[in-house]
Design a protein around this ligand. Sequence first.
Ligand SMILES: *[C@@H]1O[C@H](CO)[C@@H](O)[C@H](O)[C@H]1NC(C)=O
Ligand SMILES: *[C@@H]1O[C@H](CO)[C@@H](O)[C@H](O)[C@H]1NC(C)=O
Ligand SMILES: *[C@@H]1O[C@H](CO)[C@@H](O)[C@H](O)[C@H]1NC(C)=O
Ligand SMILES: *[C@@H]1O[C@H](CO)[C@@H](O)[C@H](O)[C@H]1NC(C)=O
Ligand SMILES: *[C@@H]1O[C@H](CO)[C@@H](O)[C@H](O)[C@H]1NC(C)=O
Ligand SMILES: *[C@@H]1O[C@H](CO)[C@@H](O)[C@H](O)[C@H]1NC(C)=O
Ligand SMILES: *[C@@H]1O[C@H](CO)[C@@H](O)[C@H](O)[C@H]1NC(C)=O
Ligand SMILES: *[C@@H]1O[C@H](CO)[C@@H](O)[C@H](O)[C@H]1NC(C)=O
Length: 453
Amino acid sequence: MVQQKTLVALAAFSFAQVQGITFDTQSADSVKSAASTIASGMISYYNGNETGNVPGLLPAPYYWWEGGALFDTLLRYWQMTGDTQYNDLVSQALVFQQGPNGDYMPPNQTKSEGNDDQAIWALAAMSAAELKFPESANTSWISMAEAVFNDQAARWDTSTCNGGLRWQIFTFNNGYNYKNSASNGLFFQLASRLARYTGNTTYSDWASKVYDWSRDIGFIDEKFNVFDGSDTTTNCTSVNHVQFSYCAGTFISGAAYLYNATSGSSQWKTTLDGFVNQTLAIFFSTGIADEEACESHETCTVDMKAFKGILAQDLTTAIQLAPYLESLIMPILQETAKAAADTCTGGVSGTECALSWTGSSDSSDFGLGQQLSALSYVQALLVSQAATPVTMSTGGSNGTVTTGGGASSTSTSGSSTTSGSAATTTNSAAVAVGKASISLVAALLGSVAWMTL
Ligand SMILES: *[C@@H]1O[C@H](CO)[C@@H](O)[C@H](O)[C@H]1NC(C)=O
Ligand SMILES: *[C@@H]1O[C@H](CO)[C@@H](O)[C@H](O)[C@H]1NC(C)=O
Ligand SMILES: *[C@@H]1O[C@H](CO)[C@@H](O)[C@H](O)[C@H]1NC(C)=O
Ligand SMILES: *[C@@H]1O[C@H](CO)[C@@H](O)[C@H](O)[C@H]1NC(C)=O
Ligand SMILES: *[C@@H]1O[C@H](CO)[C@@H](O)[C@H](O)[C@H]1NC(C)=O
Ligand SMILES: *[C@@H]1O[C@H](CO)[C@@H](O)[C@H](O)[C@H]1NC(C)=O
Ligand SMILES: *[C@@H]1O[C@H](CO)[C@@H](O)[C@H](O)[C@H]1NC(C)=O
Ligand SMILES: *[C@@H]1O[C@H](CO)[C@@H](O)[C@H](O)[C@H]1NC(C)=O
């Protein structure tokens, strides 16, 4: 009894001691200061800029794709706050990981790289182009984004499911037989952004094609839910209905770019509104962002802990490109940002933020994805004063189109050097097991849930 009382007292005491980051949502300086603190906690996970380390790579347990998400988040941090302190580090990483063909297929990663992983890096390059991030003489952000687009367009696979991108690029990886909304949704976003940036109809045609396919195959339903994916071995006849926030987010972003590129077409407005409405219902059911497939069960993988931050970035983009959405979206960004910052109590200086912000589960789960997520909501509050994404006709650089590696899903021609060298040094079964494309666990988890239904 006594013991229990003491514990309760101690718990109350330590709870009182813990105070998260607070800020005034109406004061830009206050928001910037909170964002800066959270960003410093985020960057503490990265050491690729230190002598002897590899620029762009994160230490375990973080996989290659998350570096792309990290640098995109830092580009947006610069966009929202004007703070340039991380720009050199971002530039170094985006250039270093581009690979010999400038298409984010660096030889060290290709053996386990998925279409979604490659697209995440391409979207960071796309952000760099849209924000007029400085480029050196031999670097063109837009060319890298285009090179990835060309690779992925060449991988469009009509042999099963009437089309779609497979999740994995190479046959020897787990997940080659899976077509997922992450890979297709990120490709949709990339095509939409290239369409708006260049005005080239090749991109808008592809964006429409990917979107139509995703609906026809049932990854998107009539309520604008976005489901995880389906199997090519069953010709995609049954869809895995798990939902992840960044998959909805990538369709929101793509629809917002197309809405804007078409000067507000009713087709893309209806689509955008549908996705936003359903996203608010599913991922903000308490008014605060929550990765609903895993968070309350405490089953989120390392990868999944970054997803709702990526969603925040997509919602922020939607406000910029479809300003009528601000009154709907901004209140939930504000509530979430405050709740997230409240949990920033970890680390030596209280700069580390927890995964769950709804008070429903573990509040001491800290890590890079959590940090990226909290930062993305807090910095979003500065959107009204931030630079908006440019296009080639409003000052963006036009680059030079490179063709990319041309690695196709069925031939090894484009990737013979990379997969060849990987095969000589690595057991591909081990690679498959250790592989870490974004939604591997999602797919496996999903299949289990799906089979037990
Ligand atoms: C790496 O980046 C961090 C964060 O900006 C910085 O504190 C550190 O000094 C950088 N290290 C090197 C070697 O430049
Ligand atoms: C590939 O790995 C080698 C060995 O670790 C490293 O020296 C090199 O910088 C890496 N390159 C990239 C682009 O990550
Ligand atoms: C690109 O330019 C940088 C200097 O700006 C140089 O260090 C690098 O080697 C160049 N890369 C290529 C592929 O030419
Ligand atoms: C596979 O599904 C597509 C529709 O998604 C259909 O057009 C095609 O005929 C199916 N193929 C087979 C072999 O059943
Ligand atoms: C449009 O983009 C495609 C794909 O990158 C390219 O092949 C084509 O040349 C571009 N067209 C124009 C007019 O620039
Ligand atoms: C989205 O929600 C708004 C406001 O609740 C509503 O007016 C609109 O009709 C909805 N749009 C779609 C496409 O569901
Ligand atoms: C497109 O985006 C720009 C930049 O944010 C914005 O000023 C414009 O109003 C948007 N267009 C539409 C149709 O909303
Ligand atoms: C790209 O920009 C350069 C310099 O601004 C211009 O001379 C060139 O015509 C542009 N190319 C295209 C394809 O728009």
